[in-house]
Design a binder for this molecule. Structure first.
Ligand code: ADE
Ligand code: ZN
Length: 339
């Protein structure tokens, strides 16, 4: 039997969450007050009511405004801690968190301050909850290549604290091939590589992310389904996709969750995982994503088990640690008659 409660209890990893996208309106207002920053909305309710988007760009415009309230170490710590507490409550055992350094460095906030405070909260969550995590710096597509390369150099100085490079922000008009040099430099320094591709952009962008950026994991990737050869390649390479259904719904990429391609992805042997993307903006954390697709797509126990298993297999963890998490998932599945 499957219930929402059981889905919530199931051990899982989250592999696609932007820390800036976890900023709830309440914390946004608190930080604005603390830092004496004007925001364009007069109340928490008014800000939350503005979270209605027609497309990715409309969301990004509000999301970058939200970043402006993050100034001091304590702000980044509080933001990260709030997310990690929530993730722990959702039975997330391991999380790989994105942040956008350029959203902060362009406002004069030092890279080191941002990373130190996020890492501090991550270390505390490991001590307090046993929740493991990794941090991935994302390059903003809409900024210059020069700025991207500077960001990679800053990240290289923090090599021991960061696991990978990502690519996010406005997708259309910014094909992955533009960032070849940026990704080459990061991969040579030993970073794992991921990129948002095929969220709004065409399947060609997914090809470029694979062949030119040499990604280890694909963020979103929904539009790969328009290209059968690409789907076969992704399945054959066991390339993981970090799928974010409530994000896709909020950004108008699917008209309702019943129309979400997750089931087709699983049917076509794609290694899909479920994630929240920007939970403060898209109406729910990772469990809300699992529950939404379970209900709307009528998923069975095998689907749910496979999604959670994929999340551990696709994590940038040592094999031994992955095996331990998968063993915990197996025990959960057996105890509940799922296996
Ligand atoms: N930055 C934060 N969320 C994003 C998304 N879903 N796509 C692209 N860039 C983002
Ligand atoms: Zn994203």
């Amino acid at each position: 039997m499957i219930t929402a409660d059981l889905i919530e209890q199931m051990p899982k990893a989250e592999l696609h969450v932007h820390i800036e996208g976890t900023l709830e309106p309440e914390l946004c207002f608190d930080l604005a007050k603390r830092n004496n920053i004007e925001i364009d909305y007069s109340s928490v309710e008014e800000l939350r009511a503005a979270y209605q988007f027609e497309n990715l760009q409309e969301f990004l415009d509000i999301y970058y405004q939200g970043c402006n309230v993050l100034i001091e170490e304590q702000d980044f710590y509080d933001l990260t801690w709030a997310y990690l507490e929530k993730a722990h409550q959702q039975n997330v055992r391991h999380t790989e968190i994105f942040f956008d350094p350029q959203s902060h460095t362009t406002r004069g906030i030092p890279f080191e301050r941002v990373v130190d405070s996020i890492i501090h909260a991550m270390a505390d969550a490991e001590t307090k909850f046993g929740l493991t995590s990794g941090l991935i710096f994302c390059i903003l597509r809409h900024m210059s290549i020069e700025s991207a390369l500077e960001t990679v150099d800053e990240a290289i100085n923090y090599r021991d604290h960061l696991i990978g490079i990502g690519l996010d922000s406005s997708e259309k008009g910014y094909p992955p091939r533009l960032y070849k040099e940026v990704f080459d430099r990061a991969r040579e320094a030993g970073f794992k590589a991921v990129a948002h591709a095929g969220e709004e952009g065409p399947p060609d962008y997914v090809w470029e992310a694979l062949d030119i950026l040499k990604i280890d994991r694909l963020d979103h990737g929904n539009r790969c389904l328009e290209d059968d050869v690409l789907v076969a390649r992704l399945a054959q390479e066991k390339m993981a996709l970090t799928v974010c259904p409530l994000s896709n719904l909020s950004l108008g990429l699917v008209k309702d969750i019943a129309a979400h391609p997750l089931r087709e992805m699983l049917f076509k042997d794609l290694k899909a995982t479920l994630n929240s993307d920007d939970p403060a903006y898209f109406g729910g954390h990772v469990n809300a994503n699992y529950i939404a697709v379970w209900e709307a797509l009528n998923l069975n126990e095998n689907h749910l088990y496979q999604l959670a298993r994929n999340s551990f297999e696709a994590a940038f963890l040592e094999d031994q640690q992955k095996a331990a998490y998968i063993a915990e998932l197996d025990t959960f599945a057996q105890e509940n008659g799922w296996k």
